[in-house]
Design a protein around this ligand. Sequence first.
Ligand SMILES: [Zn+2]
Length: 296
Amino acid sequence: MSYIVLDLEFNGAYSKRQHRFFNEIIEFGAVKLDDNLRMVDTFSELVTPQISKKLNSHVSKLTHINMTELKECNRTFTHVLSKFKKFLGDGVLLSWGTSDVLVLMENCRYFDGVDTLPFLKAYCNLQSYCEAALDYHDRSRQMGLSACAELLGIGFEDDTLHRALTDAELTSLCFQKLYDPALFERYLDVCDETFYRRITFKNYNIYDIRDPQVNKKEMFFLCDRCSRKARRRSKWRVKNKTFRAKFRCSRCKREFEGRITFKKTFDEVKVIKRIAELPDPKKKETESPQNSDKEN
Ligand SMILES: [Zn+2]
């Protein structure tokens, strides 16, 4: 079995045909790893845009790609995709986060009128995989590729990043360092109908306290100093789609704000809890208690 680590560069363009913004792929970069995770081949192709008239400034700044070279390479998306399919063969596709797969689907739908990627047999999101392998628990933010590389002591030069092949190479190095067959098995998806429903599912926060998916039994906090269950001292309020309330620990007198997010994903409702310091008491004096409870 071979592993193909893919990275794409894309440019946001307005499609007059579809009256909406569209992420047009401008570069494919990929690395092929063999059974023993040795790099055996690479793939690097620019794509001539058919919708984008110019590159967004952040895209050209990040990638150093310019429109002239994209026009000069004179390759359509369909052409580069067919070359990439040959490169992929029946290998497993890997990418850092799902956005590359979603953008690939978006381009296939636009240019070839197909909603899925029939050439894809199996896929693994290496961002989720590496987070699990590193036991990374900050569920409020996802780990970036360069942060992961730094954690693993993999050297890279900042200004060579954000080109498809360099990013794919760096992703491969992270994968090689963190490879664990049993864990990988758990993160490997067969690209069936469920896979497409899961990957296109848009996560959202549930913040209506009457929603049955809000499990009230989860709405407690342990003191972050002594681990005893803290008492809630205010009503729940909602801010940024997150429930917040004041808590107090009766043992060590610690007071804090407990924040809970109920995030609906395709598979589950994730409960994310954070402890924050209470707002500055000096500011609180000028605010009536009723107001702070109603604040939304
Ligand atoms: Zn305590």
